[in-house]
Design a protein around this ligand. Structure first.
Ligand code: IPM
Ligand code: MN
Length: 359
């Protein structure tokens, strides 16, 4: 199969982790006889440095033309002082929106080998953590009207949250479809005791739920959910969230698995077009030191192969290679502890690529 992939290497540790993922894709190409063709659009800080804007028009064109987009990470202190519309993050929001990627899928899974790395007590995680945050990605307060104004009260700033029924319906459908392939439970998160958007969200989720009688649906207020995640994380299967609540809760969900360096995510729209990236950020403090953990990006590439190209065996080959490499005791610095073999980012990429070839 021929696969055209746009690779956004990005800022901070982005280039290192995407290079490691490309080594693994190279191994998949050799082993399963696929041709991976790459383009390298610029986004975020690197785009600002090269062109003055975080999302140049050529980047949108290259991403839309590709079959899928693989991304490292964007952002860093170098660009923190820029005005909102010129920040690297604006480039990421812009490409999500330009590609119509309304569904952000963020699985949080507690690997057996990572149990000691979870900040939660053993008794809290004894039943495991295996949940997926389904986050609405191109609506809500992230995209509503915002600004500053001077009034008789002085300087003010405002952001607005808007959700239409159609926007909630399509993301709810994604969550219910996913739940059907899992433990058949959807927990929809909102703040319906305060926000009007949440009340519409809740009613719409109930409406969509009628088409999925096998799925248990539950509504949970976001503050309670933040607490439940650390009290009893095993209760969650699919967590359906508006944009901002999903942003916040997915960091919490990832952290309690102790393995933020291992978790991939996908952003999907209509059809098979998608953007795949690690859950973690650009870690500018360790950029360029070849010490980052490339596994989340490698697993993001694995997600891409099944979700955008239907290559399920190839996805499994990468996932198995990652498991074997971890089981063989190799660890990057972030997940290293005594008794394990510490390796660099590039070495971890090579070890996993070798496993793919030999597997
Ligand atoms: C994420 C990030 C982004 C977001 C930032 C970098 C704009 O935190 O992907 O979770 O808030 O969506
Ligand atoms: Mn975030």
């Amino acid at each position: 199969m021929k696969c055209n992939i746009a690779v956004i290497r990005g800022d901070g540790i982005g280039p290192e982790i995407t290079d490691a993922a490309l080594s693994c894709l190279y191994a998949v190409g050799v082993k399963f006889k696929h041709e991976f063709n790459y383009t390298f659009p610029l986004l975020g800080g690197e785009a600002i440095d090269a062109t003055g804007v975080p999302l140049p028009p050529e980047t949108i064109e290259m991403c839309n033309k590709a079959d899928a987009v693989l991304m490292g990470s964007v952002g860093g202190p170098k660009w923190d002082k820029l005005p909102g519309h010129l920040r690297p993050e604006k480039g990421l929001l812009g490409i999500r929106s330009a590609m119509g990627l309304y569904a952000n899928i963020r699985p949080a899974f507690l690997y057996d080998s990572m149990k000691n790395a979870s900040p939660l007590k053993n008794e809290v995680i004894k039943n495991g953590i295996d949940l997926v945050v389904v986050r609405e990605l191109i609506g809500g307060i992230y995209f509503g009207e915002r600004g500053q104004r001077r009034t008789e009260r002085g300087q003010e700033a405002y952001d607005t949250e808007i959700y239409s029924v159609a926007e909630v319906e399509r993301i709810a459908k994604t969550a219910f479809e996913l739940a059907m392939t899992r433990r058949k439970k959807v927990t929809s998160i909102d703040k319906a005791n305060v926000l009007e958007t949440s009340r519409l969200w809740r009613a719409t989720v109930d409406f969509v739920a009628k088409n999925y009688p096998e799925v248990t649906v539950e509504h949970m207020l976001v503050d309670n959910c933040a607490m439940q995640l650390v009290k009893n994380p095993s209760q969650f299967d699919v967590m359906l969230c508006p944009n901002m609540f999903g942003d916040i809760l997915s960091d919490e969900a990832a952290m309690i698995t102790g393995s933020i360096g291992l978790l991939p995510s996908s952003s999907l729209g209509v059809g098979t077009h998608g953007l795949y990236e690690p859950i973690h950020g650009s870690a500018p403090d360790i950029a360029g030191t070849d010490t980052a953990n490339p596994i989340a990006t490698i697993l993001a590439a694995a997600m891409m192969l099944s979700s955008s190209f239907g290559l399920n065996n190839e996805t499994l080959a990468i996932q198995n290679a990652v498991n074997k490499t971890l089981n063989a005791g190799y660890r990057t610095a972030d997940i290293h502890s005594s008794g394990f073999k510490k390796v660099s980012c590039s070495k971890m990429g090579e070890l996993i690529a070798m496993e793919i070839l030999q597997g």
